[in-house]
Design a protein around this ligand. Structure first.
Ligand SMILES: CC(C)(COP(=O)(O)OP(=O)(O)OC[C@H]1O[C@@H](n2cnc3c(N)ncnc32)[C@H](O)[C@@H]1OP(=O)(O)O)[C@@H](O)C(=O)NCCC(=O)NCCS
Length: 169
């Protein structure tokens, strides 16, 4: 069974492993394969930091039978009053689990959290224009393209455009 829940300290080691594996399985995340190290300590610090912030959230998707963490969603809010309505989203799922509704469930859970907070009005994210799978997912979830960031990614020697997308709730 897949469970979507907030990340806790106990997840640190598996969370680090999952993030590094996702980096290595796709060109569509911020970091490339092997580019960064994340220790369990780093992951624990980040999880604890986010757990203390009322305006931000780290969700994980866990297979409760195998205890594998298969995906995550980070919702990163803002402390200033003038930006507290806006939350930036990042998401990733292990390749083995793509197409099973994991990301959709992470987004649904995050939106419930965002609505419960009361102040959140704007959910935003960036996506490489050629990442059609993610783009379709976001459009299906109600996110709209606001504009293009030209050459905002550099993979190897090539530049790539990204779409900036948002959903108003
Ligand atoms: C993009 C990404 C997050 C999508 O995650 P996912 O868990 O595969 O997404 P979902 O399964 O919720 O939705 C994807 C597809 O599965 C379908 N789906 C949803 N629930 C399903 C289910 N229960 N069973 C089968 N298929 C399902 C969706 O309809 C969707 O189909 P479509 O692509 O034909 O429109 C994932 O592919 C990924 O991590 N990619 C690499 C990193 C990345 O691109 N991150 C985003 C950076 S902006």
């Amino acid at each position: 069974m897949i469970q979507i829940r907030e990340a806790c300290e106990y997840d640190a080691k598996r969370f680090a492993k999952m993030q590094l594996q996702i980096d290595s399985e796709t060109d569509y995340m911020l970091y490339g394969a092997g580019e960064r190290e994340i220790t369990s300590k780093d992951a624990r610090k980040r999880i604890e930091y986010f757990a203390d912030l009322p305006y931000s959230l780290i969700l994980v998707a866990e297979d409760t039978e195998t205890e594998v963490l298969m995906g995550f969603l980070i919702a990163d809010g803002n402390p200033p009053n003038r930006m507290q309505h806006s939350v930036y989203i990042a998401v990733g799922v292990l390749k083995e689990y793509w197409g099973r509704g994991v990301a959709t469930r992470l987004f649904t859970h995050m939106e419930t959290w965002a609505k419960a907070r009361g102040v959140v009005h704007r959910l935003e994210l960036g996506v490489l224009c050629e990442n059609t799978k993610a783009l379709r997912l976001y459009q299906n979830l109600g996110y709209e393209i606001e504009g293009t960031h030209r050459d905002s990614f550099m993979i190897g020697a090539d530049y790539y455009d990204t779409y900036w997308m948002s959903k108003l709730i």
